[in-house]
Design a protein around this ligand. Structure first.
Ligand code: ZN
Length: 201
């Protein structure tokens, strides 16, 4: 047990910050100190933003995204392509794809991937909702944007089977050489997948 270096209020702030991903006790102390020093410019606005987030953020019942409205702004956006649903494991993946600007369609957040090791079974994910959405006649393609891990691929196979009775095309991301990537730096799995999934030139 490390010795407390500040009053209980500041210690509490440090302890809470230390629970954030990527912040250990040391960086949590630095962040807490920074916040306390910048009380007017940072701590106040941050506390207000967090209070608003706590009040207003909801999970979209259609796609599983988080937003301040349900259905979320992505589900409501009329410019998006209703014929495509991109399936992701987590909201972080949705955000990454949105940043890339590569997705014109809608999303579906599974809330994880199937995992025998972690006890994640189909009923723990939003698979039923996905099948319901995929049955909409406007939907033509389901794009599985899942990690190239064993669990990710197990989940992809499960979804493909669950959608087999529907007239939708199920596609997945090509796993291969990243743009700008040098072959020498790739791990063996990526390189092998890139060779297997080679495309015409
Ligand atoms: Zn949504």
């Amino acid at each position: 047990m490390s010795r407390a270096i500040a009053g209980p209020e500041i210690e509490r702030l440090i302890q809470l910050l230390a629970r954030l991903p990527g912040l250990g006790p040391r960086s949590a102390r630095r962040a807490a100190l920074h916040l306390v020093k910048k009380r007017e410019a940072l701590l106040g606005p941050l506390a207000e933003a967090m209070a608003v987030a706590r009040e207003r953020i909801v999970v979209c019942r259609s796609c599983g995204n988080i937003d301040t409205s349900d259905p979320c702004s992505l589900c409501c956006d009329p410019r998006r392509d209703d014929s495509q649903i991109v399936v992701v494991a987590d909201i972080a993946d949705l955000w990454a794809l949105e940043r890339s600007g590569a997705v014109a369609g809608r999303y579906h957040v599974l809330g994880g991937v199937l995992s025998a090791l972690d006890g994640v079974r189909p009923e723990h994910l939003t698979l039923d909702q996905l099948v319901t959405r995929a049955a909409d006649p406007r939907v033509k393609e389901i794009i599985l944007a899942l990690n190239a891990t064993v669990d990710g691929q197990t989940t992809a196979h499960f979804i493909t089977d669950a959608l087999a009775h529907l007239p939708v095309r199920v596609t997945k991301l090509a796993h291969g050489v990243p743009v700008g990537g040098e072959l020498d730096y790739l791990d063996d799995g990526t390189l092998a997948a890139a060779i297997r999934q080679r495309t015409g030139f």
